[in-house]
Design a protein around this ligand. Structure first.
Ligand SMILES: Nc1nc2c(ncn2[C@@H]2O[C@H](COP(=O)(O)OP(=O)(O)OP(=O)(O)O)[C@@H](O)[C@H]2O)c(=O)[nH]1
Ligand SMILES: [Mg+2]
Length: 355
């Protein structure tokens, strides 16, 4: 984890961005470090979902381990304690109640009698609550498929834009980027630099330009060039910054005036480290611009992976990606089963021996 990944620092983008040139370059190098191109590289391997959820798993399993310590009885106390564990693991009250209720029924109907069975049941119930977040995604049914990337400051909008663009490009899709963060100093250059390195066109205007005009230009350019995907990076903003929220609505309007189906995707980037606060971020952006999907970043730097569960239980939006590191391969498509397996591994042997 780099220093810039803590939520506190991530919420201070101005400071984070004003790094010396050398540090910025190492950021690019980290991003490309999983690239086959060996020109600028650290030789680390892509982070797996399991590795990315290390902190969340360790924390959750530690608490579950305490519940199963000592004598083991399947009774109301056990379920109450499990409920508490889930609630204190960013899974949220409602989702925790629902999961434990379903677990009770499963334990009864499947006649589960041992700790490994209960834990396996918990894993399965979590996967089933997460399932609605795993939705098929066909970006090629519209040309260009237009994505608007939104979120508060420092959550990972620009790097996620770059990661998605690179993955799409590597899959053979033609991609264009729009630098519609005209608010923060150097934001335009940041995206242009990504574009240059990835050899992906970036439509930009000067710092301070009208962000909606940039989006409009980019859309026209994507249409003319026949690009398959247009990804629009925007400035970080808090819901209390009404002028900036209105600017986002204006971008939405300008796009939909050209084609009512646009933008096809309003993706909110949420930093997992912000925990339950991410839910209210989503609520505000959803009201303002109709968020249609979510990307959960920086799971590697936090123990708050349970957030994916409360998020899904409350909003049911697709989680398109999860971020488990800084390299472009560390942005993973979301898979409910993989996520719940990474959060609650099969520990049949350990628990089985103790119970
Ligand atoms: N460890 C880790 N770092 C990440 C992840 N996603 C993004 N980051 C880092 O988060 C920092 C901020 O990312 P940006 O993409 O600049 O964030 P932003 O939302 O565009 O920021 P503003 O434009 O200032 O609002 C960078 O150092 C990224 O490398 C992730 O999944 N894991
Ligand atoms: Mg940005």
């Amino acid at each position: 984890m780099t220093e810039s990944n803590t939520p506190e620092q991530a919420l201070q983008p101005e400071q984070a961005k004003e790094k010396p040139e050398e540090k910025k370059r190492s950021g690019f190098a980290r991003f490309f470090s999983r690239n086959k191109d060996k020109t600028e590289q650290e030789s680390s391997e892509p982070v797996s979902v399991e590795e990315g959820l290390d902190k969340s798993r360790t924390s959750l399993m530690g608490k579950i381990g305490n519940v199963f310590k000592g004598s083991f009885d399947i009774n109301d106390d056990l379920f109450d304690e499990l409920e508490e564990v889930l609630i204190t693991s960013d899974i949220g009250v409602e989702a925790s109640l629902e999961i434990v209720e379903r677990l009770r029924e499963r334990v009864k109907s499947d006649k589960i009698q041992d700790a490994p069975g209960v834990i396996a049941g918990l894993r399965a119930e979590i996967a089933s609550v997460l399932k609605p977040a795993e939705q098929p995604w066909d970006v090629l049914h519209q040309r260009p498929y237009v994505m608007l990337m939104v979120g508060i400051n420092g959550v990972g909008k620009t790097t996620t834009t770059a990661k998605i663009a690179k993955q799409f490009r590597d899959q053979g899709k033609t991609v264009m980027l729009a630098a519609a963060d005209t608010f923060r100093a150097a934001a335009v250059e940041q995206l242009q630099e990504w574009g240059r390195r990835m050899d992906i066109p970036v439509v930009a205007q000067a710092h301070g330009a009208d962000a909606a005009a940039v989006a409009y230009d980019a859309l026209n350019s994507a249409i003319v060039k026949g690009s398959q995907v247009l990804i629009i990076d925007t400035a970080g903003r808090l819901h209390t910054q009404s002028d900036l929220m209105e600017q986002l609505q204006k971008i939405n309007r300008v796009l939909s005036n050209l084609d009512p189906s646009m933008p096809h995707e309003v993706m909110q980037i949420l930093d997992a480290g912000t925990g339950q606060n991410a839910l209210s971020q989503l609520e505000h952006f959803q009201k303002a611009v109709g968020v249609t999907s979510v990307c959960l970043t920086k799971l590697d730097g936090s123990a708050k992976g349970g957030l994916a569960i409360s998020l899904t239980q409350k909003y049911g939006l697709p989680i398109r990606y999860i971020g488990v590191g800084e390299g472009y391969m560390d942005l993973k498509p979301f898979n409910a089963k993989e996520f719940s397996n990474a959060l609650i591994p099969d520990i049949t042997n350990q628990i089985g021996n103790e119970a």
